[in-house]
Design a protein around this ligand. Sequence first.
Ligand code: 1HE
Length: 264
Amino acid sequence: MNEAEEAALITYEMRGDVALVGLNRPEKRNAISDRFVEALADAVERARREAKAGVIFGNGKHFCAGLDLSEHVKKSAFEGVEGSRRWHEVFGRIEFGPIPWFCALHGAVVGGGLELASAAQVRVADETTFFALPEGQRGIFVGGGGSVRTARLMGVARMTDMMLTGRSIDADTGERWNLAQYVVPAGKSVEKALELAARAATNADLSNYAVINVLPRMPEMSRDDGLLMESFISSFTATSPEAEERLIAFLEKRAAKVAAPGGR
Ligand code: 1HE
């Protein structure tokens, strides 16, 4: 594969302050090969440098069919561990970075595709979305962080059921199970994710950083440690020049009020 073909595995464009990253291997349902992981890593690094939020979506009929199974027929155990650790690194750059990521889902969100989506902060599913973890049927196990991230989103019992029985769930069930925070009409997930990302991009950088990096770590702390940490983060953000300017803007009636749902 030459450089141009490799670059084309992932599409990348800036929409204002938002990086729009497209999984672009539709003929293989965006199955994640080793090269694909590297192309995604490059896009994520670029977005971390130049964007204030990111959207990941899948080109073609599906968001992502997970691990490229054709590359895993003849791998050694050690190569498998290294591959899995690389997924962890790259997805970790999405999970714990300076900018929030919004995944726009449609069609199959399967195996490693669901693991990728689980690394984002917000998932927007359209009505065609379905989630599955067919690892058990393939004789393998999740390796892209799913047993940690996806299990935390939906809970161990539900994930165990999906992995043991091959159960597929639809978008509405996925929303109830915490795999998506929004369900929108078919074909609208990218538009909605872009709208949400553009909104998040206007927040103070430090507030976004704290939400992304502190909130997910809190459940692992004791209540006492968590509350102390919260006081420090709260004071640290509130005393930044950006916060001061935003607080004064509100008091001087130059900033938007909180809107009721539906803009009432
Ligand atoms: C693939 C892959 C893949 C499709 N690796 N080549 N993931 C899975 O077990 C899911 C396997 N895929 C499917 O069940 C279906 O492809 C879909 C439901 C996602 C989509 O169905 P459909 O009818 O739209 O597409 P298709 O005809 O099945 O696939 C089109 C092509 O993509 C076909 O190749 P072709 O050469 O015959 O055209 C498929 O073989 C190919 N393709 N999915 C390789 N996954 C770090 S651990 C993570 C562990 C996992 O992710 S396990 C879950 C793996």
